[in-house]
Design a protein around this ligand. Structure first.
Ligand SMILES: C[S@@+](CC[C@H](N)C(=O)[O-])C[C@H]1O[C@@H](n2cnc3c(N)ncnc32)[C@H](O)[C@@H]1O
Length: 225
């Protein structure tokens, strides 16, 4: 129910925002997006095949490609305008390919050492996404999911709410971002993605670990096959 309605928000949030996303994610996270992506990269120690789900404009996809120049990296996203930006910004990389598809439904012949998904979990159904990922993972491979979490500490929560209220006000003046900046805080408050994906990964036989980042403002979940 939750995942189904969250998925309906994807076109509202992203259809019109691809060309301005990189700036908004940087300012909107007070620069933490870079740090969070560096923590995802830290978890990727070796390997030759990488799948970046919900790759968006390809920020993380290119960082993986830079770290593993001889690896093959595939980026998948459901929003064409984001993939258009990703392709344009990745012209100089010959080890990245992009596919327009749904992370819950794609079917590829290849299997991967690592499957990443940053800011994806809250939009998907954990059972469906994890099942599809496990089917595309090599033995010993890892699924690394990252997304916002609602901080548990009351003081941090207060600051978080204050900042998100400010972003909502900003959203009133930027028509293409209005839906996302107003809708995202509500979605982050209600999502239980970390617990639900962790449970599903364990049930699927994966070894699971997780790590909160920046006082619980986001988290990384790792499942090893
Ligand atoms: C906030 S952006 C994040 C982009 C990128 N992962 C990053 O960290 O910069 C969220 C992306 O998730 C994509 N998305 C949401 N649901 C998806 C799904 N079911 N399959 C593929 N992409 C999805 C959206 O199209 C959007 O590009």
């Amino acid at each position: 129910m939750l995942a189904e309605s969250a998925k309906n928000l994807v076109p509202k949030f992203f259809d019109e925002t691809g060309t301005t996303y990189d700036g908004v994610v940087s300012y909107g996270t007070l620069g933490k997006d870079r740090y969070w992506k560096s923590k995802i990269l830290e978890q990727i120690s070796d390997g030759s095949s990488f799948l970046d789900l919900a790759c968006g404009t390809g920020i993380l996809t290119r960082e993986i490609a830079e770290k593993f120049p001889s690896g093959k990296i595939v980026g998948i996203d459901i929003t064409k305008s984001y993939l258009d930006v990703a392709k344009e910004n990745s012209n100089s990389f010959d080890n990245i390919s992009f596919i327009l598809d749904d992370a819950e439904k794609f079917k590829l012949d290849s299997k991967f050492d690592y499957i990443t998904g940053s800011y994806l979990p809250k939009y998907c159904d954990p059972e469906i996404l994890v099942k599809n990922c496990v089917g595309h993972l090599k033995p010993g491979g890892k699924i690394i999911l990252h997304d916002f979490t609602y901080p548990k500490n009351p003081a941090v929560r207060g600051l978080w709410n204050f900042f998100l209220t400010f972003l909502r006000l900003v959203g009133c003046f930027i028509p293409s971002w209005k839906d996302a900046l107003i809708g995202l805080p509500k979605l982050i408050r209600r999502t239980k993605w970390l617990d639900s994906y962790s449970d599903v990964m364990k049930k699927s036989g994966l070894k699971v670990s997780s790590q909160y980042l920046t006082y619980g403002a986001s988290a990384i979940l790792i499942g090893t096959k």
